[in-house]
Design a protein around this ligand. Structure first.
Ligand code: HEM
Length: 314
């Protein structure tokens, strides 16, 4: 068995911001980040947003945007988040408005947000329509499963929190980290004499059924960025896992999320998913599991997650 995951994130505290930056890091120090960001998150946490403070009341309905708001040290503006907002740990304590694809209109409206930050994955459509009707400004980034999605999220969060210059510095830093990781992928590819990367089956089991990632998914994009081959390119989007598809895919590796492994009750149960034991990956117990939002959220941990993915698969 080969199981890896990005480093765990520390608890909130006086060193909160340093830990956050370490979490997105792995490819350099903090030197590129402005010194004015040195204050801890706790100093901001004391204030509360609203009419009196003149600061915006924000609801984030995507974990990646929540992470960016924290990195901009504007977390005190967050009056609510969705259930994918699990990082940093303090974000789990904010009032919850449901899962981003299954939002609750009542919960969201009761928070009286000035703006709701999310992606166009948000839903269901009826709830979005209800929010728009109630005059809630929905600011949604269009998901293209590209690194540029992250840059757009940083821009959106910078504008919503009125921290544009900090957002620009963060974007520049993320870009640098991303380029460094991409160069690592290119070097590994060259060292392998251009041999095609491993065949990978990406499995996610957060809901009632385990799903396989086809093309047009964040999982497919991350595998491609890592120089690996998605073994399910014949399907578009997510498909229910069945034994035949898994066996025919002949994966060398399985990549999944830690939440999937937990939801299934651990790795021994995970390997009992239909067909997996009959694949090359299953016979060699080759699986990598990652924090879902680090790997698939297209948030600030994206460069570090890509680095871990490509190292894990090499
Ligand atoms: C009730 C539990 C959940 C259900 C029913 C569920 C359902 C789904 C479905 C159906 C998709 C595919 C969407 C599509 O076809 O476009 C999806 C994608 C996704 N879900 Fe969930 N989900 C659940 C919980 C979670 C949780 C807790 C997280 C994060 C911690 C999460 C993160 C994601 C991400 C990041 C994707 C996009 C993956 C990609 O495109 O690569 N989900 N989910």
């Amino acid at each position: 068995m080969n199981r890896r995951s990005p480093a765990p994130f520390g608890p909130e505290g006086g060193t909160h911001r340093r830990r956050l930056l370490q979490a997105i890091g792995g490819l350099g120090g903090l030197a590129t980040l402005p010194k004015s960001w040195g204050a801890t998150g706790q100093a901001f946490a004391a204030a509360s947003p609203g009419e009196a403070s003149g600061e915006p009341r924000l609801v984030s309905i995507h974990g990646s945007l929540t992470e960016v708001v924290y990195l901009l040290e504007a977390q005190h503006m967050l009056v609510g988040t969705d259930t994918t907002s699990t990082h940093p740990a303090a974000a789990s304590q904010t009032p919850k408005v449901g899962y981003l694809r299954q939002l609750s209109a009542e919960g969201l409206l009761s928070l009286k947000p000035h703006a709701v930050l999310g992606t166009d994955e948000a839903g269901p459509p009826a709830v979005l329509a209800q929010l728009r009707q109630a005059g809630v400004p929905l600011q949604l980034v269009s998901v293209k499963h590209r690194f540029e999605d992250l840059i757009e999220k940083v821009k959106l969060a910078g504008e919503a929190t009125r921290r544009q210059s900090a957002a620009q510095a963060l974007s520049a830093d993320l870009r640098k980290r991303w380029q460094a990781t991409q160069q690592q992928v290119a070097r590994r590819h060259a060292a392998a004499s251009g041999n095609t990367g491993p065949r990978v089956l990406f499995i996610m089991a957060h809901g009632p059924a385990a799903m396989l990632a086809g093309t047009d998914t964040g999982a497919h994009a991350m595998l491609s960025y890592a120089g690996a081959h998605n073994a399910m390119t014949q399907v578009q989007g997510w498909r229910a896992l069945n034994a035949e598809s898994a066996v025919q895919a002949r994966p060398d590796w399985i990549v999944t999320t830690q939440e999937s492994v937990s939801a299934l009750g651990g790795l021994p149960t995970f390997w009992q998913l239909p067909g997996l034991a009959l694949t090359p990956a299953g016979r060699q117990q080759r699986v990598l599991s990652f924090d879902t939002m680090a790997l698939l959220g297209f948030g600030p941990r994206m460069p570090a997650a890509l680095q871990e993915l490509q190292q894990g698969l090499s």
